[in-house]
Design a protein around this ligand. Structure first.
Ligand code: CA
Length: 224
């Protein structure tokens, strides 16, 4: 899952990035409404965490514009102003949820997870191929009742492949799923992650493998 965080307080950004990243989420952060609007054009984010007090205005003003463009990304609004009127204004603007500062990080995570589970998102709960079951809600791979342990980026690679199983997934799509815009990207890193996932699936007896299609992308498929 990829989160766009719009917040200008550096300490808050660092803390939120840390919390969300530990939950296997990819976080892109920007500090202005204008930058957020630019990033959202790509439609690659699964949830938007939006502060209200931003250098170029009230973050809330972004939400009606998104909705008018038909972008239904779930939006969680953060603000120091947590009173009822602000809450109502937030929800009326088309935001999905509203969290007053200060808040506990557990609370933020619970809200983000709830937004990601909304029925409007088209992500299925689980997908199966061969002996492999991927649980999208918890980001876990299971084979024959055993969880396949993988670090974050490997899980993200597998998740992207499972979402489009049986079809080739382009390198660019995989790169986008696995690396945030702030990451240093080594061009071989994706291939390294892929080979590790492939080996783990094989060791676990998943009955699926990842085929590389030279220069273009990768495909997850059942082994004979
Ligand atoms: Ca702020």
């Amino acid at each position: 899952m990829r989160v766009l965080l719009v917040e200008d307080e550096k300490e808050m950004v660092a803390a939120l990035c840390n919390v969300l990243t530990r939950q296997n989420m990819i976080v892109d952060s920007v500090s202005t409404i204008a930058a957020a609007e630019f990033m959202l054009k790509d439609n690659v984010h699964d949830v938007l965490v939006l502060d209200r007090q931003l250098p170029d205005g009230d973050g809330l003003s972004l939400v009606p514009r998104l909705r008018a463009n038909g972008q239904n990304i779930p939006v969680l609004v953060l603000t120091a102003r947590g009173d009822l009127n602000d809450r109502v204004a937030g929800l009326q603007s088309g935001a999905d949820d509203y969290l007053g500062k200060p808040f506990a990080f557990e609370e933020l995570l619970a809200r983000v997870r709830a937004l990601l589970r909304r029925p409007s998102s088209v992500v299925p709960e689980v997908a199966k191929m061969g002996q492999l079951m991927f649980d999208f809600a918890h980001r876990e791979a299971w084979v024959a009742g055993e969880r396949v342990e993988m670090p974050r980026r490997e899980v993200l690679v597998l998740e992207a492949l499972m979402r489009r199983m049986g079809r080739m997934v382009q390198r660019a799509t995989l790169m986008e799923a696995v690396f945030g815009m702030n990451d240093e990207i080594d061009s071989n890193a994706l291939d390294t992650h892929i080979s590790r996932v492939r080996r783990k699936l094989s060791d676990a007896g998943a009955g699926v493998t990842i085929n590389g299609i030279r220069g273009l992308g990768y495909l997850l498929r059942e082994t004979a």
